[in-house]
Design a protein around this ligand. Structure first.
Ligand code: PLP
Length: 409
């Protein structure tokens, strides 16, 4: 009989969101009149903007006529989208990205999860802690994380991010092959300055490591001089792969479009000690396992870079960030210590002294009828913290803060 990949047996299961759903269900059954406000949502709630919808409609129409119908598209994306990205996200900020360094895909989740196929099975992986779980689980499935013991993987290198270090991780204290960084950060909502990011780029260059940089929330940066791309840092082209997404930038969570940039300089060693471009490996992988994002969706994504598209998505993001401001100020006025929420749609708060993240979850649900996400679900350093998101409506967000403001914490 088939022997399965036993690494799957080591995964602790999707405990976090299943457990949140279970607790809400139990609470709602016991309190049917409770008007629960969900500030745990990690998904956008506002519709696609008109410029995107119009482009999508036009492309759908083209698919219905023989002269304009399209079958399989190019493996790595249509020219019009690749070039819109190169211009809109890079050249306009003084960064050169070659045409064949951009790979269009159906999601940053897929890209950050699949990229590890390029690493040797014994590569050593470092992640910031707390962390977006995909980096960890995708490496665990491939056997690189070791065993899950006492809430941590024994072969992963964790880089703690907490109030003590101002949510600026230290570089690894031992050799690692890959470092996953996500900025603006999910779940903490914090960012790194160019100088702080440069420390990682320099370390990677010196130690022969590579960086997987997840910039899914780049569109939320408002503070001047915070880098939107790791390539704003000198030398990053030698060591960094960057993953971006239209999900949070333009509401594409249900529409699906993203892209990854792999500069030709980023290399690893093969079994004979020869340098190999990861760009060439990814091309081979994508051509084998992926058949492209649909034409109407790529047209819709390209519309994000038009003048109207930019104006319209900025308004949506500003609305979410107004919610973030309301949450930050509401929590601060109620006596909480809060982080993030200035350059990201996530607010990370310290739970009251002596409580665990889960105890605070229960208290917030029971006393305010508000749902958030316990920090401990994102990794060991998340214990004692809690994540709220800015994706609910303005009205609900205000209501939630009014409820929190009425209580003594
Ligand atoms: N990367 C991070 C850090 C995220 O938080 C998310 C979604 O929540 C994603 C990637 C997923 O992006 P996509 O919708 O493009 O798969």
């Amino acid at each position: 009989m088939l022997h399965i990949n036993d690494n799957f047996q080591k995964l602790p299961g999707s405990y976090l969101f299943a457990e949140i759903a279970r607790r809400i269900k139990v609470y709602q059954a016991a309190h049917p009149d409770a008007d629960i406000i969900r500030l745990g949502i990690g998904d956008v709630t506002k519709p696609l903007v008109p410029a995107v919808i119009e482009a999508m409609h036009r492309a759908v129409e083209e698919m219905g006529h023989e002269e304009t119908f399209r079958g399989y598209g190019p493996d790595f994306g249509y020219d019009f989208l690749v070039n819109a990205i190169r211009e809109g996200d890079y050249a306009s900020r003084g960064i050169e990205v070659a045409y064949d360094e951009v790979f269009i895909s159906d999601g940053a989740k897929c890209d950050v999860g699949n990229i590890q196929e390029l690493f040797s099975s014994d590569a050593v992986i470092a992640v910031t802690d707390p962390v977006y779980p995909v980096y960890v689980d995708s490496n665990a499935m491939a056997g690189r994380a070791g065993d899950y013991v006492n809430d941590r993987w024994d072969r992963l290198v964790y880089l703690p991010c907490n109030a003590e270090n101002g949510f600026v991780p230290a570089v690894p204290d031992r050799p690692v092959d890959v470092i996953y960084l996500c900025y603006p950060n999910n779940p903490t909502g914090t960012v790194l300055t160019k100088e702080q990011l440069k420390v990682f780029v320099d370390w990677a260059r010196e130690h022969g490591a590579i960086i997987i940089y997840d910039a899914a929330y780049r569109a939320y940066v408002t503070t001047p001089d915070i880098p939107l791309s790791i390539y704003e840092v000198e030398g990053a082209r030698e060591v960094a792969i960057e993953c971006n997404s239209f999900s949070k930038t333009a509401g594409f969570t249900g529409t699906r479009c993203a892209y990854t940039v792999i500069p030709h300089e980023v290399c690893g060693l093969d079994g004979k000690g020869q340098r190999v471009e990861l760009n060439a490996m990814w091309k081979r992988r994508m051509a084998t396992k992926f058949n492209g994002v649909s034409y109407p969706i790529q047209r819709a994504a390209a519309a994000v870079y038009t003048e109207e598209g930019q104006k319209q998505i900025r308004e949506v993001i500003a609305a979410y960030m107004e919610n973030a401001r309301i949450i930050r100020e509401g929590l601060t006025a109620a006596g909480f210590t809060v982080y993030g929420g200035k350059d990201a749609p996530y607010i990370w708060l310290k739970v009251p002294e002596g409580m665990t993240s889960w105890q605070f979850f229960d208290k917030l649900l029971d006393e305010c009828h508000i749902v958030g996400t316990p920090g401990s679900g994102f990794g060991p350093s998340g214990e004692g913290y809690f994540r709220l998101t800015a994706f609910n409506t303005l009205e609900k967000t205000k209501q939630a803060m009014a409820r929190i403001g009425q209580k003594k914490w």
